[in-house]
Design a protein around this ligand. Sequence first.
Ligand code: PLP
Length: 371
Amino acid sequence: MEWTDGTRAVRAGAPAGEAGDPFLPGPVFAGTYHLPGEPVGPYQYGRHANPTWDALETAIGGLEGAADTVTFASGMAAVSAVLIGLTAPGDVVVLPSDGYPATRSVGEHLAERGITVRLAPTVGDDLEHALDGAGLVWLETPSNPGLDVCDIGRIAALAHEHGALVAVDNTLATPLGQLPLALGADISAASGTKALTGHSDVLLGYVACADPDVAARVRAWRRLTGAVPGPMEAWLAHRSLSTLHLRVDRQATNALALGEALLGRDDVSDVRHPALEGDPAYDVAHRQMRRFGCVVSFTLADADTARRFLGALELVADATSFGGVHSMAERRARWAGNDVAQGFVRFSAGCEDTGDLVRDVLRALDAASLG
Ligand SMILES: Cc1ncc(COP(=O)(O)O)c(C=O)c1O
């Protein structure tokens, strides 16, 4: 039978189970495995393979519709495995100029090693023009923090004409929000630290591949560099997947309600969320996404107003992440590498009750505007 998203999330990677088995077998803590004689079998040494990673990879791969999936110690370990592990001197790599800044920093390392790196914004013609001769195209959609959305299917088709591999950073959307591989990408990579695991207690990354040969190269890179997830993190992540649909649905509802509540205010500008009517990303997002994410962004008058707003919130932590069950927000310009206004706020809606969250935000805005 074909199950729908919530059912697939609850059951992702769960073994059939015999009488007396737990629903999800516990983490296997092994740096070393018994290995008499010649090395045979899947589990030979802790950096090479682990049954807890395997179960999580089956689960994420099922949700992403991947042929094979490789999990990593963090999102950046996953990003690096693709950008460094799958490229060689002389290659051309296209990266978003407006995505997560650390991805561009990996691009700087590539450039130092004889790889041509072209930066292009997530929307607009520059991306299309950058594809000529490219070997790898990395998209981030929706982009963090600007929430622009590009047409994955169209860019993937154009990039494939140039023979490029296409990878999509699926961190913000999660596989329940969009399926990059079904849209034509070769790789869906993500930070599992965010909405995928959703409790702000785990660092994790993954690379889900349409082609098992590409996945084999990514797995070889992980084994070489040792960027492996801890078994406890992998198990916690797997446990979290069974509530993914509940969390991302509530978060998206809260983000949209906040966006709508902010639209009418004259002390807030540039409110962005892909599901917000009139948003520049609305049309393309509705063509390729099923859920629109937890992040809503907006701009306040200046840095001080944003600081007062963040300080006045009761339910919302001032923290630098997104996708957790607890709402969090930050003044994004406090970090270098983000081309945003001083009063720009990246707000990650959590799973609190919608009315409480909207009330808290409107009250904090009133307090911040009074000065
Ligand atoms: C879009 C995106 N990709 C990748 C990463 C890196 O993930 P991690 O912090 O798990 O290394 C982040 C982190 O914020 C991100 O926002």
